[in-house]
Design a protein around this ligand. Structure first.
Ligand code: ZN
Length: 500
């Protein structure tokens, strides 16, 4: 089976920040998990480089939009690498392959009779690059997102007949109740559709920075359609010499709530208009909120993703974001909160469990996992963990899946405390019991670490190697008979020290 997952593409009108990292980390967890299940995965991220927000920022900086894109796109690419995103391709909407394909699809929508010429007048937010309907306006004709006063604008341009897709969209939502998740986002999108859809501009007449409308090169394609199409175009040139569209389309999208309408309403309608299958589904996440916070020992008072990664590694950041805030909801993050989770959970619970297990196997059994019987009580708590975990990740419930895996970490710590292997080792009165405890600890740690691998790719790689585990997939997770050689590791999550 093939699985195609995407992040939003990011506007190159500013530096990457935690919000961008969040979407990309989420898509990466899903991509890695699907690979572990043996799916053939394509994972896409990239940058959105056309349109007014980019042109305006370039003007403010006194550079051309292309120069701005050329400076910032590598920063986003670097961010993806720093957070350990395993993306298969990084798309830039200024890629020739993208632009060519966008024109082809837009031409198809035109040829299918869903485009007409007209005049549009409405409240326009230059930062959203979007007109607002009366019901969307904030007090005093402001943008509800950017809180800026909007001006009335009139445009002669090409329209996409979105209104014709109200029924097909309603049908799509009815037939596929999980098309948009979580449910409350689905309801939001459906309510927007049901209130009646107006046709939307497909082109902009006064802007030069964009993909030219193929039958009217004086106009450029409205940046939203050009941007959304990245999910589709990337497959046609994202892997050298191959067209992957037939293999991977339709895509599963991960995105933040501010771009819900475009993805859940405009996008499937536009695809239907072009005769292309709508997305497989999408998950809409909330915001990581950063308020005023007390200073932390090591990170000051701002949770800067690059700073966190420099000091603690990408795994710690990935873990924290999905652990602290229930994925899908808004929630607060802070440097102090990060340090608490890092110390109490990553270092004390998981890191210690790993060090203790490896150290005891080395000390008591010369570094070889002793073959022994499965502990029935412990096994009961692991029973069904993998299918449950997979089901949660099918629904992109990243926080719940992580919570489930963490319960296993805690269960194993309780197992250590209850079975007290150091006492068993004192007089070796019952060597078989000690074998059993060490074997079950190694097995439990191995299984838990395989589950955690999408969240903690670097840590899990080190730990699985130290446990002598060759497999990385979930299909051949099975159980090991013992006899593996283990290696000791320096602390996986070293103690926090205040900077000198
Ligand atoms: Zn706005």
């Amino acid at each position: 089976m093939a699985f195609y997952v995407t992040t939003p593409i990011y506007y190159v009108n500013g530096e990457p920040h935690l919000g961008h990292a969040y979407s990309t980390m989420a898509a990466d967890v899903v991509a890695r998990h699907m690979r572990q299940r043996g799916e053939e995965v394509f994972f896409l991220t990239g940058t959105d480089e056309f349109g007014e927000p980019v042109a305006q920022q370039a003007e403010r900086e006194g550079v051309t939009p292309r120069e701005l894109g050329d400076r910032l796109a590598p920063r986003f690419k670097e961010m993806a690498a720093r957070i350990d995103a395993s993306n298969d391709f990084f798309i830039r909407t200024t890629d020739e392959g993208h632009m060519k394909r966008v024109q082809e699809v837009v031409q198809r929508v035109h040829d299918n009779g869903h485009v007409y010429e007209g005049t549009y007048e409405g409240w326009y937010c230059p930062r959203c690059a979007d007109f607002k309907t009366e019901s969307e306006l904030g007090p005093g004709n402001t943008c509800p997102i950017h809180k800026i006063e909007l001006t009335r604008e009139q445009q002669q341009n090409w329209f996409f007949r979105l209104s014709a897709f109200q029924e097909p969209l309603e049908r799509l939502y009815e037939e596929r109740p999980d098309f948009v998740t979580p449910d409350f986002r689905r309801n939001e999108a459906l309510a927007f559709i049901r209130q009646g859809l107006q046709d939307v501009s497909l082109s902009r007449p006064n802007l030069k920075w964009g993909v030219p409308v193929p039958w009217d090169p004086e106009q450029v394609i409205y940046v939203w359609f050009d941007a959304l199409l990245n999910y589709y175009t990337a497959l046609s040139y994202g892997r050298e010499g191959e067209d992957l569209t037939a293999t991977f389309w339709p895509a599963f999208h991960i995105l933040a709530k501010d771009i819900l309408k475009f993805h859940a309403v405009y996008w499937p309608a536009f695809l239907m208009a072009a005769g292309i299958e709508p997305p497989r589904g999408m998950f809409i996440h909330g915001y990581l909120l950063m308020g005023e916070h007390k200073m932390s020992k090591s990170l000051g008072n701002v949770l800067d993703p690059f700073q966190v990664i420099d000091r603690f590694g990408a795994d710690a950041l990935r873990y924290y974001c999905f652990r602290e805030v229930s994925f899908g909801q808004d929630g607060s993050v802070s440097p102090a909160g990060f340090e608490t989770r890092y110390e109490t959970e990553l270092a004390n619970e998981y890191g210690n469990l790993a060090s203790r297990t490896l150290a005891m196997i080395e000390r008591y059994r010369d570094g070889t996992v002793p073959p022994a019987a499965v502990d029935a009580e412990l096994a009961e708590d692991f029973e069904g963990a993998v299918p449950r975990f997979s089901e949660l990740l099918d629904r992109v419930e990243l926080s719940q899946a992580l919570e489930d895996a963490w319960k296993l970490v805690r269960r194993l710590n309780r197992y250590v405390e209850e079975s007290r292997p150091w006492d068993l080792a004192k007089d070796e009165a019952d060597p078989e019991r000690l074998d059993e405890v060490l074997y079950n600890l190694a097995e439990g740690l191995r299984v838990t670490t395989l589950l955690l691998a999408p969240y903690l790719p670097q840590t899990s790689e080190r730990l699985l190697a130290a446990l002598g585990e060759q497999g990385r997939g979930l299909a051949d997770l099975g159980s090991r008979p013992g006899g593996q050689r283990i290696e000791r590791l320096p602390p996986l999550f070293p103690k926090i020290e205040a900077p000198a």
